[in-house]
Design a binder for this molecule. Structure first.
Ligand code: IPM
Ligand code: MN
Length: 359
């Protein structure tokens, strides 16, 4: 297969973790004889520094004309503490999601057996957890009209959803549930929000097409508690943009580190794959960032193109690395392994090298 991938490493630890994902994809391309071509482009704070825009036209055009996008992370401390900044790195990612029509963000959460003691949650609670979060990605308060009055004392972010926006992601979530344990939980705040009541109505209607899937509902406040109280009760979670953002960071605690969580963002014609962690400026350039979330995002990319055997090889490599204790310091404070070594280990595994631990 020929694959052209736009690589948007972005800021902070983005470039170093994405480098490892590229290494792994290169190994897959060589071993399974696929032509995987990378084209790099700027996004986020680095793009603002270079062009004045968080998403330069050149980057957007590249993404529109490639098979998929591999995305790192964006942000810079100089914007985080400055609410008055007119141009912000995050705008690059948000606009990219909108322009590519990436309405469904898929975030799997499944702890590794070898890491059951790495979570701050008790092993008995997290063991056997297997959740996929379907987070709506191009609507809600992220994209509604934003206002600030002239005196800068009143602000609002409109949260708006249409039936079409809800139905299209609901169909994807139900289809996923059909291939899993056939349970879908809609998380909302329908006791308070009109948008949530629309979500319930539309999702109920969509559910009629999937009679084999059990549908239930939870308010988001209760869901935030249930996710860490009894995560095994969940199979597929479907939720709106902001709730999904918050709940997926929370759910990452189950796995022991947010540095393990990958995601796919899908639309009708485009696809983007990214780790769910942020740009983590403190870790930048130290060879300590966990590249596994990016490497698993690369595996999700391969799966998206039907390359299941190749993706499986990456999943195996990650599992073996974790089992051997080839971990970054987020999972083992005394680890002697870094970002590079983990990428190297997993690509050596793909190349079937006998001497995986050459270091
Ligand atoms: C994420 C991130 C983004 C979001 C930020 C960087 C805009 O937190 O992908 O979860 O809020 O969607
Ligand atoms: Mn987030």
């Amino acid at each position: 297969m020929n694959l052209k991938i736009a690589v948007l490493s972005g800021d902070g630890i983005g470039p170093e973790v994405i480098l490892q994902a590229k290494k792994v994809l290169h190994a897959i391309g060589t071993v399974y004889e696929h032509e995987i071509v990378f084209e790099d482009a700027f996004i986020g704070a680095i793009a603002i520094d270079k062009t004045g825009s968080a998403l330069p036209e050149q980057t957007l055009n590249l993404c529109l004309n490639t098979d998929a996008v591999l995305f790192g992370a964006i942000g810079d401390p100089k914007y985080d503490n400055n609410p008055d900044a007119k141009v912000r790195p995050e705008q690059g990612l948000l606009r990219l999601r909108k322009e590519l029509g990436l309405f469904a963000n898929i975030r799997p959460i499944k702890p590794y057996t070898a890491l059951l003691d790495s979570s701050p949650l008790k092993k008995e609670i997290i063991e056997g957890t297997d959740i996929v979060i379907f987070r709506e990605l191009t609507g809600g308060s992220y994209f509604g009209e934003k206002k600030l009055n002239d005196s800068g004392t009143i602000a609002s972010d409109l949260c708006e959803y249409s039936e079409v926006e809800i139905a299209r992601i609901a169909h994807l979530a139900f289809k996923s549930a059909q291939n899993r344990r056939k349970k879908l939980t809609l998380i909302d705040k329908s006791n308070v929000l009109e948008t949530s009541r629309l979500w319930r109505r539309v999702v109920k209607t969509v559910s009629e097409n999937y009679p084999d899937v059990a549908l239930d509902f939870l308010y988001v406040d209760n869901a935030a508690m249930q996710i860490i109280l009894n995560p095994r009760q969940f199979d597929v979670i479907l939720t709106e943009n902001l709730f999904g953002d918050i709940l997926s960071d929370e759910a990452s605690v189950i796995t022991g580190s947010i540095g393990l969580l990958a995601s796919a963002s899908l639309g009708t014609t485009n696809a983007l794959f990214e780790p769910i962690h942020g740009y983590n400026p403190q870790a930048k350039g130290k060879n300590t960032a966990n590249p596994i979330a990016s490497i698993l995002s690369a595996a999700m990319l391969l799966e998206h193109f039907g390359l299941h055997e190749e993706a499986k090889k990456i999943y195996e490599g990650v599992e073996i690395a974790i089992g051997y204790g080839v971990l970054t310091t987020d999972l083992n404070a005394d680890s002697k392994f870094g970002t590079n070594e983990i990428g190297e280990f997993i690509s050596n595994f793909i190349f079937n090298k006998d001497d995986l631990l050459y270091f």
